[in-house]
Design a protein around this ligand. Sequence first.
Ligand code: NAD
Length: 263
Amino acid sequence: MELRLEGKVAIVTGAASGLGRAIAEKYASSGANVVIADLNQDSASEVAKEITEKNGVTALGVAMDVTSEEQVNAGVQKVAQDLGNVDVLVSNAGVQIIAPIVEFEYEAWKRLLDIHINGTFLTTKACMQQMIKSGLGGSIIVMGSIHSVEASMNKSAYVTAKHGLLGFTRAIAKEGAKHNIRANLIGPGFVRTPLVEKQIPEQAKTLGISEEEVVKKVMLGNTVTGEFTTLDDIATLALMFAAFPTDVLTGQSMLATHGWHME
Ligand code: NAD
């Protein structure tokens, strides 16, 4: 069965880079009009332009810091006005900060939780309001991680945030059901995006091992095949959750980790 999103409107946060961009591209190639929501207007517009040229759909770049209630609400309202509706939200924007708990700066801890947890809350709230107003419901996809179910050294804030998002996804599924809103979480293993490339030397320094060892032991050591998850693996799963033809899938988490975590 081919899953399509013809005519649907999907907002993807953090879509100027990495996984968010790959998901926006996959959605556009499946017929959706997409919104590239990211911190910087120029890079969001640039990605939107490339997606429109390649796929012939409408793509809109929107400057949105997901931690700003004002920017989130204004952005979602603009999308509803310009594109007619919001059918899909992918709450994907995120950062990584690596440090042992005893050295973790409180400001850094709060910033990470703000982006992942509060950002997902604010974007979900605004999009749910729109989905309820339209009467059409929708699909909310939360970007979790292997760290939604496992812990790693020196990633305490990230592990806390990603575990929290698993609970929040289930809460959305409960409250969204009567409005025909589904919510699911995707949990990738390591994918070679800028977020991960940056971590390799940082982890090597913090753990006192070589960069090769970080990749082989820390990042891929717990997988059964020693492989990175790919951008397309995750974009394909995000398409499945957005376009699945019934409401059977809600409150679920799909971990895509080459067997690092087995359920
Ligand atoms: P990335 O650094 O390539 O992209 C992240 C994007 O988020 C950037 O474009 C950045 O500008 C944007 N962003 C950051 N803060 C923002 C804010 N406050 N408001 C709006 N946008 C903001 O990273 P990525 O690897 O593509 O990560 C995307 C998501 O996937 C994150 O939630 C991350 O935790 C998750 N994830 C990544 C991996 C991986 O291995 N790469 C694994 C599991 C989960």
